[in-house]
Design a binder for this molecule. Structure first.
Ligand code: PLP
Length: 393
């Protein structure tokens, strides 16, 4: 299997392991344990593991391994570790790589649970957490000091779609001897630029675009073999954040269609963002590759696409937003994103309800903000749905 293959070919074939039966479709190994032919073989396996050898599913499993190898190949890294969810991956990576006295610098615009892990768990164990405005290069320059161990950020933030100049942050972190961890959910695995910009580890909620059909949770930590099979695997195998082989199988098979799905959803998102921008009831649209986006130049330089999510503000506030949400017929009201079904979310009252008001103000999560996740339906039908709902206002 060639490393030179295009991503579409890798998504179908990379990482496959065939059993002695020669199955076409990847097998699901629903087993937590493995038998050894002899006592000597068991002793040997606990000493060192060969390519096709496993001990216990908390440490590794053949179906999970296929999924790990395929994800690592498409993101351009050496290895990956499968986790129970995106948050198991975020928590696992942060806990594995920090200790008391370390300094972690992070962008402020983070997924709520990531912010919780930093401020309420790592801080409890004596890790210093410094939060910066991720779009401000001068803020990163001031915060990343030689005693910084780790830099954490979301490549495109949720829900406001702020874009970080990732190469600038990676170069600065590396000059100061710090590792960079990128939570890459919004950028999508197809349009990810984390490797090109120099990120050391990519954290992926595979619940999002990889499954993309709202079925199972999953997470992945992706990076160099030394980091993944060193501190990351050691931490995770002892603490139990392992991925279920069933979930790995569902998502491994979902990778076969990932490129088709994400490209279609992203093309729809761009079209919808342009439609919304021209609508009189819409006050402001945020989509990274729309020229009106504040970090448009950086977004265009880094990414081929702005992704599958569009954020916008309705003229008015919460009441108008609720009226709009309730009038939609094709978009469903939910809080996930990247699903085949288009989803509408009012972040201020749901996903970000518990974020204190002063933080909401800093992050731009107003009562007027709506987040759309564009699915696989016809874009024409989605735009007609948005139009009829906006026309009720
Ligand atoms: C969804 C999400 C997570 C958490 O992933 P789960 O699979 O739900 O645990 C972490 N970070 C970002 C940016 C996300 O969007």
């Amino acid at each position: 299997m060639s490393d030179d293959w295009d991503i579409r070919t890798k998504l179908v074939h990379k990482g496959s392991r065939r059993s002695q039966y020669g199955e076409v479709s990847e097998a699901m190994y629903l087993t937590q344990g493995f038998v050894y032919p002899t006592a000597e073989a068991a002793e040997q396996r606990f000493q060192s593991l060969g390519e096709d050898e496993f001990i216990y599913a908390r440490y590794g499993n053949p179906t999970v391994r296929m999924f790990e190898d395929r994800i690592a190949a498409i993101l351009g890294y050496e290895d990956a570790f499968g986790c129970a969810s995106g948050m198991a991956a975020v928590n696992g990576a942060l806990m594995a790589l920090t200790k008391a006295g370390d300094r972690v610098v992070s962008s402020r615009a983070l997924f709520g649970s990531c912010l919780y892990v930093l401020e309420n768990i790592l801080a409890r164990f004596g890790v210093e957490i410094v939060l910066v405005d991720g779009t401000d290069n001068a803020a990163w320059d001031a915060a990343i000091t030689p005693d910084t161990t780790l830099v954490f950020l979301e490549s495109m933030s949720n829900p406001t779609l702020e874009v970080i100049d990732l190469k600038h942050v990676c170069d600065l972190a590396h000059a100061n001897g710090a590792l960079v961890l990128v939570d890459d959910a919004m950028a999508t695995p197809i349009f990810s630029y984390a490797k090109d910009c120099g990120a050391d580890l990519v954290l992926l909620s595979t619940t999002k675009h990889v499954d993309g059909q709202g079925r199972v949770l999953g997470g992945m930590i992706v990076g160099s073999r030394d980091l993944i099979r060193g501190p990351i695997e050691t931490y995770l195998k002892h603490t139990g954040g392992a991925m279920s082989p069933f979930h790995a199988w569902v998502q491994l098979k979902a990778l076969e269609t990932l490129d088709l799905r994400v490209r279609s959803q992203a093309a729809g998102a761009l079209e919808i963002a342009a439609f919304l921008e021209a609508h009189p009831k819409v006050a402001r649209v945020s989509y990274p590759t729309l020229p009106s986006h504040p970090q448009y130049e950086v977004a265009k330089r880094q990414a081929e696409s702005g992704g599958t999510v569009v954020a916008f503000e309705i003229a008015g506030g919460k009441d108008e937003c609720f009226k709009f949400l309730n009038a939609l017929n094709v978009f469903t009201i939910s809080n996930n994103f990247a699903d085949a079904k288009s989803i509408v979310t009012h972040p201020a009252t749901t996903t970000h309800q518990r974020v204190p008001q002063d933080q909401k103000d800093i992050l731009g999560i107003t009562g007027a903000l709506v987040r759309l996740s564009v699915g696989l339906e016809s874009t024409k039908d989605l735009i007609l749905d948005l139009k009829q709902a906006l026309d009720t206002l």
